[in-house]
Design a protein around this ligand. Sequence first.
Ligand SMILES: NC(=O)C1=CN([C@@H]2O[C@H](COP(=O)(O)OP(=O)(O)OC[C@H]3O[C@@H](n4cnc5c(N)ncnc54)[C@H](OP(=O)(O)O)[C@@H]3O)[C@@H](O)[C@H]2O)C=CC1
Ligand SMILES: O=C(O)[C@@H]1CCC=N1
Length: 268
Amino acid sequence: MYRQVGFIGGGAMAEALVNGILSNQLFSPGQITVADVVAERLEYMKSRYQVAVTQDNAALAEASDLIFLAVKPQHIHGVLDGLAGHVRQSSLIVTIVAGINIEVIQNRLPQVPIIRVMPNTPVAVNAGMSALALGPYADETAGKMAADIFNAVGRSFVTDEALLDAVTGLSGSGPGYAFVLIDALADAGVRVGLPRQTAITLAAQTLMGAAKMVLDTGEHPAKLRDMVTSPGGTTIAGIHVLEQKGVRAALVDAVLAATQRSRELGNR
Ligand SMILES: NC(=O)C1=CN([C@@H]2O[C@H](COP(=O)(O)OP(=O)(O)OC[C@H]3O[C@@H](n4cnc5c(N)ncnc54)[C@H](OP(=O)(O)O)[C@@H]3O)[C@@H](O)[C@H]2O)C=CC1
Ligand SMILES: O=C(O)[C@@H]1CCC=N1
């Protein structure tokens, strides 16, 4: 249904999406244009993904019927200034900008359908988690189209926009926490004598396996933890230390801080 896709902002998240979209053949490279202010970034996107590139956001908006807003929150107001009068009302805007409400964008692009999405970088490997909120002019067809894209690159669900800051704090930023955990576990492996690369693989595959058990079985994680934890065994010795060091509370505080930061980013 959509023929030309434009990305405004060609950074980390746009690249993850372009990669996921192309590897699933949702659109061809010839249907995608990326706009950015950094010429080297555009050169990279062009040579790596064979997409078209431009530094002209307005021209990109005029030529696209599906437009992703993928700049940092600090830059969205300047971008919207430049888009006024250049976005067709038949186009669909998908904003992935953290903390910026649909209303803020809608005020600048009246009557244009807008869908706000909080994805995460694992969309690049078809393991993303995305939450979608539909603006007042985004109909069911637009919602389905957006859901099709984000389902192809992982899982998605439609939710109330009021929950998106919390989603940002958990799954949007979550890959960052997971990478810290993997890196720390790998350090731990090296500390107990494993080669670095072996330790990284053990840590990553273990987190992925545990996550897959939660998703595939639908069991509560505490029940799955109990299955690993033999009486008087090794796991309870390790879990005791995690609880003593407050790892659980630290994770709660991390998600809380990221959620609050998402709210702050929208307050300007
Ligand atoms: N990274 C992630 O895991 C996730 C990010 N997001 C959201 O996605 C958005 C993009 O994040 P991310 O990709 O990480 O950010 P990046 O900084 O990697 O990418 C944004 C790109 O947009 C460029 N840019 C700045 N101003 C303009 C402009 N006026 N027109 C076009 N391009 C411009 C930036 O250039 P310069 O570097 O010079 O500023 C940069 O290359 C953010 O709003 C973020 O909240 C959402 C979910 C997950
Ligand atoms: O760190 C950030 O602000 C963005 C939003 C979610 C993930 N990365």
